[in-house]
Design a protein around this ligand. Structure first.
Ligand code: SF4
Length: 189
């Protein structure tokens, strides 16, 4: 059984699943990206990725903020090592990596330093659950049905704060990319 098959899990309400059903090309494209990773050697994949990243930086507003895995998750320790290499090679870019792969990231940070421009944010598994208990200085995220003003709340999903946030956009908020924000609570959506 997968997490997405469990009622009340965050994956059970996954927006990527909905995207896959609505836009069939999305799944194809995500699979293609994964195949490119599988079939490339280490240096070639990193070089190709940096070319695409640099090109995006030139074209896009706010592109010095990069989010890994808008869908899916960290497939392996090898992939995490590549993410760290890329962050080290582009210190001017802030990287945010949301993940539920606690075992991989815990093993990595036990023996290695994470660059300051890479925020690894470990997500809880279940809706309304407390943040994952991590002793290693990793940041976390949770998902709740109701706002709790004692928490640090995502303004976009709770639709609070500036006009952009009320319209469900990040706007100028960059909390997810900050190692100084220990946990962010997103509203279930
Ligand atoms: S950057 Fe801010 S607004 Fe965007 S998802 Fe993170 S907490 Fe929400």
């Amino acid at each position: 059984m997968q997490l997405k098959d469990i009622d009340n899990s965050i994956c059970n309400k996954c927006y990527s699943d909905a995207i896959e059903k609505r836009y069939t090309n999305a799944e194809k494209s995500w699979n293609n990206n994964y195949q490119l990773y599988i079939n490339s050697n280490n240096e070639q994949w990193i070089t190709n990725f940096l070319v695409l990243l640099d090109s995006a930086v030139k074209k896009t507003k706010n592109s010095n903020y990069f989010r890994w895995f808008p869908s899916g998750d960290l497939p392996s320790m090898d992939f995490l090592e590549k993410i760290v290499t890329i962050a080290n090679k582009r210190p001017n870019i802030s990287f945010w990596m949301p993940t539920k792969q606690i075992d991989i990231v815990s093993e990595y940070v036990a023996f290695n330093k994470v660059p300051n421009n890479l925020t690894i944010r470990v997500s809880s598994y279940m809706i309304n659950q407390k943040p994952p208990n991590l002793a290693l200085g990793l940041t976390t995220s949770t998902v709740s049905e109701k706002i709790d003003t004692n928490k640090i709340n995502c303004p976009a999903t709770f639709k609070i704060g500036s006009e952009e946030n009320i319209n469900g956009k990040c706007g100028s908020c960059k909390m997810c990319w900050s190692n100084k924000v220990p946990n962010i609570d997103y509203k279930l959506h």
